[in-house]
Design a protein around this ligand. Structure first.
Ligand SMILES: *Cc1c(COP(=O)(O)O)cnc(C)c1O
Length: 400
């Protein structure tokens, strides 16, 4: 076992060596610009991009013509939401999303609000799921876009994407999904799920950082977006800029590996995740956050009451995990995702996210269990609140 043990795969994943192998020639001998039409250097690079585009499309069940390569999911979220808002302005200015979305979606919506958009941020229930009746009630004739994430990055909770898409379509709106955490981990198919636009990224699925994609439906309906980057007209005019050929080739390989291996991998990781949770729930007063069934197989978000999450992480130096969201953990604000699910500040602060991955071993999970149990016991033994809880005199206890 190597230390620290990495259990933060929702923040990023290590690259699969098979992906690196595919990428290497595109840095050296196959260095051409995929847009160079006049010589073999360009053609070879373009061939690599075309092949990768097919590998990416095959994973999500779309045509290669519907894939727009970007620098990652943040850019894809921006391009999809801003691109639809600008393109469909004549139809309306209303966007619906969830208050537990990733910042790449929430901050893009906030930006559009300053430009005249009306945005509804739907709440979620204690289980992290959207209420479909509330969504239906929020739809208006001006609603142009419903953007709801597939699997949540903090809890792994999977939204009812198909039902959400049906409601959006019934009211003439488009359905977009940030599927960054779901693609490559569970089956995602844009046709059966009814998705019109979808953002995802290579580095969360054992590919390289700095490359991702926006899926844009071309038929039933034909979705149009305005570009957010002007220039050479790459990616069918929707995203200018010289293509990141090594990154794209790696992204393609990463997608192919996920398509072939995800079913087995999901089963293995779910068993390890369940072992972890089973051990934790044996610790008194500990709670798994989010719907326990409708959840990505490799994620567990757990609150250890009377223990401060940051402190817990500090006392588990050999374990790389995350408290709250990796993107906001620079601030000590409690996670807005957990608070959005009705957790108190205390409970949100006491939460840890365990994210398992392709190279996680059972030995590592056993180590994680032992070090967490030890650290929780140690911190609780120092906590006056825990003493009061055991004596039955803690009145801050609220069940949620
Ligand atoms: C990681 C993540 C992003 C950002 O992806 P980048 O490729 O790093 O820009 C967006 N949405 C979700 C749900 C994520 O987990």
């Amino acid at each position: 076992m190597e230390f620290p043990v990495y259990l933060d795969h929702n923040a990023t994943t290590p690259m699969d060596p098979r992906v690196l192998e595919v990428m290497l020639p595109y840095f050296t001998s196959k260095f051409g610009n995929a847009a160079s039409r006049n010589h073999a250097f360009g053609w070879i690079a373009e061939e690599g991009v075309d092949y990768a585009r097919e590998q990416v499309a095959a994973l999500i069940g779309c045509s290669d013509k519907e894939i727009i390569f970007t620098s990652g999911a943040t850019e894809a979220d921006n391009l999809g939401i801003k691109g639809v808002y600008e393109m469909y302005q004549e139809k309306g200015n209303h966007i619906i999303t969830l208050n537990t979305e990733h910042k790449a979606v929430l901050d893009t919506c906030k930006h559009l609000e300053k430009l005249g958009a009306r945005v509804t941020y739907l709440p979620v229930g204690e289980d992290g799921l959207v209420d479909l009746a509330e969504l239906e009630a929020a739809m208006t004739p001006q609603t142009i876009l419903v953007t709801v994430m597939y699997g949540n990055n903090e809890t792994g909770v999977i939204q009812p994407v198909k039902e959400i898409a049906d409601i959006a379509h019934k009211h003439g709106a488009l359905m977009m999904s940030d599927a960054t955490q779901a693609v490559g981990k569970i089956p995602v198919n844009v046709d059966t799920d009814g998705i019109d636009l979808m953002a995802f990224t290579a580095h969360k699925m054992y590919g390289p950082k700095g490359v991702g994609a926006l899926y844009v439906r071309r038929k039933y309906p034909r979705v149009k977006i305005t570009s957010q980057m002007d220039g050479g007209g790459h990616e069918r005019g929707m995203r200018s800029g010289t293509l990141n050929v090594p990154g794209i080739a790696g992204f393609g390989k990463a997608c192919e590996l996920c398509r072939l291996e995800m079913q087995e991998e999901a089963g293995r990781l779910k068993a390890l995740r369940d072992k972890l949770e089973h051990a934790f729930t044996a610790i008194a007063d500990c709670k798994v956050n989010g719907h326990t069934e409708r959840r990505l197989p490799h994620v567990s978000n757990v609150s250890f009451r009377h223990v401060e999450g940051e402190g817990l992480m500090m006392s588990m130096k050999d374990l790389a995990v995350s408290s709250g969201s990796a993107c906001t953990s620079a601030s000590l604000e409690p996670s807005y995702v957990l608070k959005g699910m009705g957790l108190t500040d205390d409970l949100a602060h006491s939460s840890i996210r365990f994210g398992l991955g392709r190279f996680t071993t059972e030995e590592e999970i056993d180590f994680a269990i032992a070090s967490t149990q030890k650290a929780v016991a140690q911190l609780r033994s120092l906590s006056p609140q825990w003493e009061m809880f055991k004596d039955g005199t803690d009145h801050t206890l609220t069940t949620i």
